[in-house]
Ligand binder design. Structure first.
Ligand SMILES: [Zn+2]
Length: 395
C-alpha cells in the first residue's frame, strides 16, 4: 500500500527517532511508553499500562496493547528501556539525538530495540489498514521498561497478570537484535540459561610454619576449582553449544605473609544449555565439589549461594521458525540461521506461556557507543513483520 495511507505517527523511521529521543535508561520511562501508547491507540489498539513496584526494587512502567478479542493471538514482546550511553565524549553523534547520517539512524536503542518496536508498530498499522480491525484474530504488544535491569517488575509480572485473567498468547516474537552480520542472517530459537554460584570454603587458619595445625582454604579451593573445570560439563546438544562454566573471582583478602587463611571465597557463572535446568545443573556441580572436598580429607566445608537469572529456553524448529525464515527469505533474500547463542533475554520468561523466538535488527552495535541501525534494515524489518502477520492470519 502507498505510504501516504499510513500516518507518520507509526512510520518506522519517524517512530524510532521519536523513541530514541526519550532517554529511557533503565528504569526510566522518559515518555517512551506514552509515545508508543499514542501511536498504537491511533490505529485501534486498546492500551493498558501495567506498572509494577516491589519493595526494594525500582518502579517500572510497562505497556500492554491489544487489538482484536478472539481468534489466534500473536504477540510482539520487547523493551523500551536502554542501557546508559556511557562516555558521552566518545559518541560521534549525540546518543539521544536520533540523527540520520550516511544511511544509518544513530542513537541509544536504535538497534536494541526501539527500532524493532517501531517496525512492528508500523507493520501492524499497515496490516490493519489493509485487513481492517476485524481480521479474525488478535495482535498484541507486550513492552516492558525493565529488560536491561533486574527484570523483576516487567515481563514476568505482565505475563502473570495476563494468565490470571485468562488471556492466552499463541505465538510470540521478541524483537531483540538477533541478526549477526547482515540483516536477516540469524534468529534465536533458544538461549542458554544463566546461573551464578558464590562459594565460601572453610578450612583452618594457622601459622604457615606449622602446616600440620592448619587446613589452608586456598589449597582446598584450588582443588575444588580444578574439580569443576577439569572436565567439560557436557558436549552440547543438537541446537546448543556446550555448557560453559567460568570462575569470575577468587577472594581471600589476606595481607599477612605468615598466615595461611581459613576462609576463601570464589564465584562462578554458568551458561547452560537445554540438557539442564538450574536445579539439575547445580545438583551435578555440587556432587562434583562434595566428592572433591571429601577426597581432600579434613573437616573443610563449602557454603553455596545460588542466583539464577534465567533458565534456558528452546522452541524447536517448527511453524514459528518457518514463519520467520519464510518472511526473511522473501523480503531480504537470505537464509535465516537458527541459533541459540548469546546472553539471556526476556524470552526466558515467555517460554512457559507459548512458543517464542527472537528476530530483529543487526545487533553488532548494541550497548556500544554510536549504536545504529541501517535505515534500509529498519524498512526491511517492517516488511518482514508485516509479512509474518499476513501469513499468520492468512484467510
Ligand atoms: Zn535488548
Amino acid at each position: 500500500m502507498p505510504d501516504t495511507l499510513v500516518s507518520s505517527a507509526t512510520d518506522t523511521i519517524e517512530l524510532t527517532r521519536a523513541l530514541v529521543r526519550c532517554e529511557s535508561v533503565t528504569p526510566r520511562e522518559a515518555g517512551a511508553l506514552q509515545l508508543l501508547e499514542k501511536a498504537l491507540a491511533g490505529i485501534g489498539f486498546r492500551c493498558e499500562r501495567m506498572d509494577f513496584s516491589e519493595k526494594g526494587t525500582a518502579d517500572v512502567a510497562n505497556l500492554y496493547a491489544r487489538i482484536g478479542d478472539g481468534g489466534k493471538h500473536f504477540c510482539f514482546a520487547g523493551h523500551s528501556d536502554v542501557v546508559p550511553a556511557g562516555d558521552l565524549s566518545s559518541w560521534t553523534i549525540g546518543p539521544f539525538s536520533a540523527e540520520l547520517s550516511a544511511g544509518y539512524l544513530f542513537g541509544r536503542g536504535a538497534a536494541d530495540m526501539k527500532g524493532a518496536i517501531a517496525a512492528f508498530t508500523d507493520a501492524a498499522a499497515r496490516f490493519i489498514a489493509r485487513r481492517g480491525r476485524d481480521f479474525g484474530g488478535s495482535i498484541s504488544l507486550l513492552i516492558t521498561g525493565d529488560e536491561e535491569g533486574p527484570a523483576v517488575n516487567g515481563t514476568v509480572k505482565m505475563l502473570q497478570r495476563l494468565a490470571e485473567r485468562g488471556e492466552k498468547i499463541d505465538a510470540c516474537i521478541v524483537g531483540e537484535p538477533t541478526s549477526s552480520k547482515r540483516f536477516g542472517d540469524m534468529m534465536k530459537i533458544g538461549r542458554r540459561g544463566s546461573m551464578t554460584v558464590d562459594m565460601v570454603v572453610r578450612g583452618i587458619q594457622g601459622h604457615v610454619a606449622y602446616p600440620e595445625r592448619l587446613d589452608n582454604a586456598i589449597h582446598r579451593l584450588s582443588a575444588l576449582i580444578e574439580a569443576l573445570v577439569r572436565e567439560p560439563i557436557d558436549q552440547g546438544s543438537t541446537h546448543f553449544q556446550p555448557t560453559s562454566l567460568q570462575f569470575t573471582t577468587v577472594d581471600v583478602g589476606n595481607p599477612a605473609t605468615n598466615i595461611a587463611p581459613g576462609v576463601a571465597k570464589a564465584r562462578f557463572n554458568t551458561r547452560f544449555n537445554d540438557l539442564w535446568t538450574s536445579e539439575t545443573l547445580f545438583a551435578h556441580l555440587k556432587e562434583r565439589l562434595d566428592k572433591a572436598n571429601a577426597q581432600l580429607g579434613g573437616n573443610g566445608t563449602i557454603e553455596y549461594k545460588v542466583s539464577v537469572s534465567g533458565e534456558s529456553f528452546y522452541t524447536p524448529p517448527g511453524p514459528l521458525s518457518e514463519l520467520v525464515a519464510g518472511a526473511v527469505r522473501d523480503v531480504a533474500g537470505i537464509e535465516c540461521e537458527l541459533s541459540t547463542t548469546g546472553g539471556t533475554s526476556d524470552a526466558r520468561f515467555i517460554r512457559s506461556h507459548c512458543p517464542v523466538l527472537e528476530f530483529g535488527l543487526v545487533g553488532e552495535s548494541m550497548h556500544k557507543v554510536d549504536e545504529k541501525s541501517a535505515v534500509a534494515d529498519l524498512k526491511m524489518l517492517t516488511r518482514v513483520y508485516e509479512t509474518m502477520l499476513d501469513r499468520y492470519f492468512a484467510v
